[in-house]
Ligand binder design. Sequence first.
Ligand SMILES: [Zn+2]
Length: 518
Amino acid sequence: MRFSVALLVALALAHAWTSAAQGLRRPDADLPATSELDNGGTSAQQLGSALRPLSDTFVATRNGQLTDGQEFASPPPGEFVGDEWARYHNHDEMVRLLQDVVNNSNGACTLDELDPPSVEGRVLYAVVASPRNPAGGAVLPRPSFTWIGNMHGDETANRELLLRLAAGLCNGELADSDARWKALQGSTTVRIIPTMNPDGYERRTRWNANKVDLNRNFWSVEYPYAKPTLDQARKRDRYGATMYPAADMWSKVGNFTLQPEAVAVSRYLAAAPPDLSANLHGGALVANYPLDACDSVGALTNCPTAEEPLPRQLAAAYAVHNPNMSAQGTAPFRAGTVQGAAWYPVLGSMQDWVYHHLDRLMLTLELHEVKDPPATALDDLWGQNSAAFLRIMELAGMGLRGRVLDQQTRAPLAATITVTSPASSRPADADAARGGYFYKPMAPGVSYDITVQPYRPNGGAIKYLPIQLKGLRLGVAADRVTAEGSAVTGAALRIERTLLATRAPAANKKKKMLRATM
Ligand SMILES: [Zn+2]
């Protein structure tokens, strides 16, 4: 795991969490500049031009009226219609709801507090729904799925969907309704962070309280590409590119400054990397799969990960279970899916960070075309997404899951897992501190040759022979085939193995010393 909590803490402390937001070019960098997507009766384009002359403290409310964002400190009065799931919860109401949900879960759920809190001191929470029978004879960690909502504070409905999901998992209602939900809860650890941006939600702004776009801020955590120079950013500007990821980064200086919400979530994800995760948004209807960028300036280009076709299949698996989403087929959308950088490149996105630094896949799911829909729309949105929620969680841990143990002592070992075929697929690591557990995503229908090289995390004289796994293959069956593609299903979604590492014959010490002194 190429991730250092100590580094994060040091970075977090080193930076003052302030920023200067100037010259905002696009009111909504999540949308292509030409988007005609509906936004509360006003197209995004109309909203964009209406917003341009105003200062960035002005935000659009759900009916397209302009409101002073600074004075818009609390959400509008709840549109309470007598049903918990037909209303919006402000932060305090959300916290009470989460505590109630966990307290009434009969031990099925716990509540994690992420650290640090938001800029304004609001705690980020994660509801953890663990299998009701955690022992159950399982030798591997459970497959795990993590949901993150409301990263952009003005994209609200997905947060309510996650509250409803948390309640349904914790109170047993979903498990009682359907055998598949029950099986999911018996097998998979689900973590739900309903809001990553509580300050932005209270203001109904995209940014956090420092006016930083959190889905550009993961560049500051760790990132594989060099930051563009100011000249490079301006050059893109001057030549009239329609996308300005680099210029955006520079115009909002704070995007280079690590924000507490990004610290909290990246730290939480890194502590127990989920096998699969989703980052929820609004403003479009599409399942976006990584990567969002494959160079330092954010070229508009197809930029898939080395794990294709799996990420595209996972996105398709979500979309086919949400018919409104899978109907989105105007290029670059394909049956409700889109490759991130081919839609619009984003530098410093969370899904790219998860891939580069946790060796895991995250999808960015845009669940509602209206960013802040009326509360009366929430129940319909739940109906459109609940089957897809279930399906994508069932696919957590798809591929090879295993653990590596010393054959003699059964002590967990570290290991490097390399894929010799297909050659493009990236290596993974077994973590001795997590029981020697490793997870290597595999695409169905593809044959994998994998070499596991065990080792002792602290070095030492004992060496191990490599373990070869040849011709591993997941079965394929389509959930539903469309003209554009199919989603994956079937029983053989995971191959699970306990690997016993054989010690290599001890080296001849005399010979070694002789060589060393020659
Ligand atoms: Zn968004």
